[in-house]
Design a protein. Structure first.
Length: 102
């Protein structure tokens, strides 16, 4: 009699589920000093938006006070916020860009 004949346990393979990473919205906030052209430039160069997408987002920010530039993983959102803030400060703009969980 082998050691396995009396065992009633069934071996099952456990599937490892990988969690999708949490996503973060990058939000532009309106101010009275940053030019619309500069916001469009940032959206095109840092966020890789087309001219029309950038203009639409910029107008939404201008009209409503804030607008989402994109939704990214934490590290990508954090990097784009930092790049935007650095460019804005280097050009003398008080542009505020934040990120929050989706």
């Amino acid at each position: 009699m082998s050691q396995y004949e009396n065992e009633s346990d069934v071996l099952t393979k456990k599937k490892n589920k990988t969690k999708k990473p949490k996503k973060y919205k990058v939000i532009f906030h309106n101010d009275d000093y940053t030019t619309m052209e500069f916001v469009v430039y940032i959206l095109e160069s840092v966020f890789h938006k087309t001219s029309s997408e950038a203009a639409q987002i910029m107008l939404n920010v201008h009209k409503t006070g804030a607008g989402v530039a994109g939704v990214y993983t934490y590290s990508v959102a954090e990097t784009r916020v930092a790049q935007t803030m650095e460019l804005a400060r280097s050009e003398g703009h008080p542009l505020m860009v934040t990120m929050e969980p989706e």
